[in-house]
Design a protein around this ligand. Structure first.
Ligand code: NAD
Length: 736
């Protein structure tokens, strides 16, 4: 048999072993060729009387990450072409047939009459796990890196190759829905407990166990194809079923605010599918899948969270000519809140760290924070004691700058004070050679001016982390006027090593993310002053797709910090640069009431020692008038939150702070949780069209003031029917 992506061999017991091992790739992915070859194999196994059954495994380090999502982008483009050339009905028919091809091949495998077993040696996700689910037996290697799961929901899709139907027939409906909604990666033992696999076995034994299932006469019939099969939660229309569905609907609303069509399609698919025999159920699933695949939400999320994020992680902005040199030793100056976090993630990635502070005790304190962080991981079973010791062994706390000698990169995270920063920068340079790269983690000071303290300003760059460092995936890299390509390459190589996602921005006040976030929080403050009930403000923000309400977010960041930033902005740019009402509110909260946020247990919320936080009743005193909640235009409030942020992103593009829409979109979702279903701040504008967005801005400007004035770039784009991505592609072509 002529196969490119698989090897097929049959042993003396008549058990075939199909090894998935795609040439020229480090990981197996599902492509149209893979689907074709798999179908051929199934037909061959079914037809050859000498073959009893087949074990599927992988020749790579892991099993497979699932489908190549760019294949879905191609399918969507083909649909648009067919729509133009052949009309809607024919285009829809063709699209439906193409999008269910994988599902049909898996069903063919499941019903071909011969048993199939999956020997899962590592990560097995999405379409690859759906392949395993279609097999009659599944053994997963019980090793650290092995995970199974269906994460499609994270890019606006859902498992459309039988996943929703098979999972809902393997476990209780409530558990199945939760698994499909969360899209989590599940460890081997948990997968066994959840009934998703038959065995979690030592890595060296998975092949033998899968083979012995077949050699021992394992059946080639799925449980749901047996006449005796009973659904784990009983029938949908039964007292048991009715315990599940009303709650499931309510949870869906609470978790998604109806923003995610893929989540709704999961509900439909499971609810309708469980009332049907498998073949029809799969057809229903395919119908929903074809619909979701064409949804703007899936297109936007795939582009931003899969394609663009992958490109940024692989170094899309890295200057290609700068040689890659491994970063072995990193200096961190300032062992406070941020410095300790930076030291922790750096040592966690295998680099040696010198952690410097004003004296040994302060440096030791920073290291003890790293100890607490890694000890927490050990307690949760996510790290081993030996890993903890190795990580801590790589961190050297010190007050002696000489210890920085030989460092490839130094990151300072001392107080946000120009003079202190200049002082530590100079001291560090004395200990470092001329080749080291020096970075500042400042959140507000221009990189160009900080670089003046460094002998080689071309080696000076901004590496701006978000707090808490160990959790936040985004890092902003800031280029000063003189920053050179080598410094950028080193910064990006470092960020890649610590497995975070970089965006590269030009020097400016607030850089990118904090500018957008600042506008989001301000909108919440102003709604409060207009008289909107605080709880309504927080809830509407979540309905708009934000993960945390603006008042809660401000409490996390700290109110005194927000006030400080406003004061500094006013000092540098003049009175008109800040909103006087917002400043008065923050001043009253911080100076008048001593409310600093979560850090002192009182901000917009009260944080009792015991029990959950609650909105501070005193907020009512800031409201001259009270709006009637029943008359508040909720849709308009939602738009205000998103438009305020998207406008700021458009301004950042206009000013040349951000130069690539992919970075604005990815940065907005992973940096501050901008409504993921939109695909990010600029996809939000592109999605509705610049002309509609400008109309919306004008309406909001008339009602709420000049902060909603659209920048010229948007007006030009509206006139020319342009999109950010279109402009960017044209610009890239022009440069090439
Ligand atoms: P922090 O007060 O927790 O830590 C600052 C540390 O610097 C302290 O340990 C202090 O002892 C040390 N330090 C002060 N002067 C020093 C000197 N001369 N030599 C050596 N060490 C000295 O502050 P932080 O919140 O970690 O912020 C540090 C930097 O990171 C600031 O530039 C801040 O703007 C930036 N930043 C903070 C956040 C955040 O959320 N806190 C987020 C992004 C960036």
């Amino acid at each position: 048999m002529n196969l490119t992506n698989f090897r097929l061999e049959t042993d003396s017991d008549g058990v075939a072993l199909l090894t998935w091992d795609m040439p020229g790739r480090s990981m197996n992915v599902i492509t149209p060729d893979v689907i074709d070859e798999l179908e051929k194999v199934v037909e061959h196994v079914a037809a050859d009387a000498a073959i009893k059954g087949c074990v599927i495994t992988s020749g790579k380090e892991t099993f497979s990450g699932g489908a190549d999502l760019s294949m879905l982008q191609v399918a969507a483009a083909e649909y648009r072409k067919a729509l133009r050339d052949k009309g809607e009905e024919e285009a829809a028919r063709l699209f439906f047939e193409a999008s269910r091809r994988l599902s049909l091949v898996y069903r063919k495998l499941e019903t071909c009459g011969k048993p199939f077993a999956a020997a899962i040696n590592g990560l097995c996700l999405g379409g690859a796990f759906e392949l395993a689910l279609a097999c009659h037996y599944r053994v997963v290697a019980d090793v650290d890196k092995a995970r199974v799961g269906l994460p499609e929901i994270k890019v606006g899709l859902f498992p459309g190759a039988g996943g929703t139907q098979r999972v809902a027939r393997l476990m209780h409906t409530g558990d199945a829905l939760q698994m499909l909604f969360k899209g989590e990666q599940i460890r081997p033992k948990a997968a066994k407990t959840m009934n998703l696999v038959h065995e979690a076995a030592p890595a060296g034994e998975i092949l033998a166990r899968a083979k012995s299932f077949i050699a021992g006469g394992g059946k080639g019939v799925a449980p749901w194809d047996e006449s005796t099969f009973k659904l784990p939660s009983g029938k949908v229309f039964s007292p048991q079923g009715m315990m599940v569905w009303p709650a499931a609907n309510a949870i869906y609303r609470r978790e998604t605010h109806d923003n995610y069509p893929a989540a709704k399609a999961i509900l439909h698919s499971v609810y309708e599918g469980l009332q049907l025999p498998m073949d029809l159920a799969l057809r229903v699933e395919s119908r929903w899948f074809a619909k979701i695949l064409r949804s703007p939400e899936a297109a936007a999320m795939i582009r931003t969270l899969f394609v663009s994020m992958g490109e940024l992680n692989k170094g899309a902005r890295r200057p290609a000519h700068a040689p890659a040199a491994p970063i072995k030793k990193v200096g961190v100056i300032g062992a406070g809140f941020m410095g300790a976090g930076i030291a922790y993630v750096t040592a966690g990635a295998g680099m040696d760290v010198v952690l410097i502070d004003r004296d040994q005790a302060a440096a030791d304190k920073g290291k003890s924070v790293c100890d607490q962080l890694i000890s927490g991981q050990v307690l949760k079973g996510r790290a081993k004691t030996a890993e903890k010791e190795a990580l801590l062994g790589r961190i050297k706390p010190s007050a002696d700058y000489e210890d920085l000698a030989g460092a490839d990169l130094v990151i300072e995270a001392v107080f946000e004070d120009r003079a202190i920063k200049a002082d530590v920068t100079r001291k560090a340079r004395l200990a470092l050679g001329p080749n080291a790269v020096f970075a500042s983690n400042t959140s507000t000071l221009p990189i160009g001016s900080l670089a003046e303290a460094y002998a080689e300003p071309e080696q000076f760059i901004g590496i701006h982390f978000f707090s808490p460092v160990e959790k936040m995936a985004l890092v902003e890299v800031i280029l000063g006027e003189k920053t050179g390509d080598r410094a950028l390459a080193v910064a990006l190589d470092f960020i890649r090593a610590i497995k975070k996602t970089p965006i590269v921005v030009n020097d400016s006040r607030g850089f990118f993310a904090n500018r957008c976030v600042g506008n989001y929080i301000r909108e919440g403050h102003l709604m409060l002053l207009e008289g909107a009930p605080p709880a309504l403000i927080e809830n509407v923000a979540k309905m708009a797709g934000m993960p945390v309400g603006p008042l809660a977010l401000n409490d996390e960041v700290a109110l005194d910090l927000a006030l400080k930033i406003l004061e500094a902005t006013k000092q540098d740019l003049g009175e008109a640069a800040v909103d006087a009402d917002q400043e008065a509110l923050l001043r009253a909260m911080v100076k008048g009431h001593g409310r600093l946020g979560r850090k002192n247990g009182k901000g917009f919320y009260d944080y009792p020692a015991q029990g959950p936080k609650f909105l501070w009743p005193g907020l009512a005193d800031f409201q001259k008038a009270k709006l009637d909640p029943d008359r508040i235009d909720i849709a308009e409030f939602k738009r205000r939150f998103l438009v305020a942020q998207a406008l700021e992103a458009a301004r950042a593009i206009e000013e040349g702070v951000v130069t690539d829409p992919r970075e604005a979109d990815v940065g907005s979702i992973i940096g501050f949780g901008f409504a993921p279903f939109t695909g990010g701040v600029l996809s939000y504008i592109d999605g509705m069209g610049a002309a509609n967005f400008v109309v919306l801005c004008d309406e909001l400007r008339r009602k709420y003031g000049p902060r909603f004035t659209p920048p010229q770039i948007l007006i030009d784009m509206a006139r020319g029917h342009e999109t950010f991505y279109g402009r960017f592609a044209n610009e890239a072509k022009r440069v090439a």
